[in-house]
Design a protein around this ligand. Structure first.
Ligand code: MF3
Ligand code: CO
Length: 275
């Protein structure tokens, strides 16, 4: 029972409602940052937007100070996969693909989400990469149902990516439990056989975050101690949502519509708690 060695935090309905409040702060800030993305805008500018929105909402950043992390967002452009540090010097260019990852805390409860945003017109294969990654996230979310098993999510993500094309599924990194901390048990790989690991239980909250590339799955960490980029220089996409598991279905806490539209497309009922 190695996989269950670390307890998974179970939340009450009230606690999940507070996580929803955090999730909506994250959703609004990511939408604002996505709208601001344009050639000449710096990743530091995007970080400033997130800081302003946290302040306006009276929320606390999840990332700032996390093991010494120096910003409120992660900004990972092109061959950077995740954990890129935003800066005023890093200006976006037409054709770039940027993963914007952001987390917020409301009354002690975390929300964590990421989008991949296109800078102007981008190459067709890069747009397809991002679309495949987003779709695999939603396929993983659709598998996050009470009484299933943790690796059903991993397998749904992998199956979705493999069906979409010849992409690298980034090795080692993955999603995570979330609640009173940003990173909690369990770790959720984006690949694997179904039917393994802990049983999915009402009250769990999970961050599901596929990372895929146009080339190999191998990554390396830069000397800044944070930035993860592909070893082969291929471009990567990254999408993430925080999802609560309820007895009658998932509730995507960081999606403005709670996941209603994408779950419906997959024939999965959104939890009535979301209404
Ligand atoms: N949101 C990222 C994740 O999902 C975490 C960012 S790491 C930090 O794992 F250090 F920047 F906080
Ligand atoms: Co995360």
């Amino acid at each position: 029972m190695r996989a269950t060695a670390e307890r998974i935090e179970l939340k009450s309905p009230e606690q999940i409602a507070t996580m929803r409040a955090a999730g909506l702060v994250v959703a609004a800030a990511l939408a604002a940052m996505r709208d601001a993305v344009a050639p000449g805008v710096s990743t530091g500018d995007l970080d400033a937007i997130a800081r302003d929105m946290l302040k306006a909402a009276g929320a606390t950043p999840s990332f700032l100070g996390y093991h010494g992390y120096p910003a409120v967002i992660c900004a990972s452009v092109n061959d950077k996969v995740v954990h890129g540090i935003p800066s005023a010097a890093e200006k976006l260019m037409e054709g770039d693909l940027i993963s914007i990852d952001f987390g917020a805390i409301v009354d002690g409860w975390h929300g964590d989400s990421a989008i991949s945003a296109q800078v102007g017109e981008i190459a067709a294969d890069v747009a397809e990469l991002s679309a495949a990654c987003e779709a695999s996230m939603w396929d993983g979310i659709a598998a996050a149902r009470a009484n299933g098993r943790l690796s059903d999510i991993s397998n749904a993500v992998e199956t979705s990516v493999r069906r979409a094309g010849r992409y690298g599924i980034v090795a080692g990194y993955g999603g995570h439990g979330i609640g009173t901390q940003m990173h909690m048990a369990p770790h959720i790989l984006n690949y694997g056989r179904p039917g393994k690991g802990p049983r999915l239980t009402p009250g769990m909250a999970l961050a599901i975050e596929p990372m895929i590339t146009l080339g190999s799955r191998a990554t390396e960490e830069l000397d800044d101690g944070w930035t993860v980029r592909t070893v082969d220089g291929s471009w990567a996409a990254h999408w993430e949502h925080t999802v609560a598991i309820l007895d009658d279905g998932p509730w995507v806490l960081t999606a403005e519509d709670g996941g209603r539209a994408e779950l419906a497309r997959r024939g999965v009922q959104l939890s009535a708690t979301a209404a």
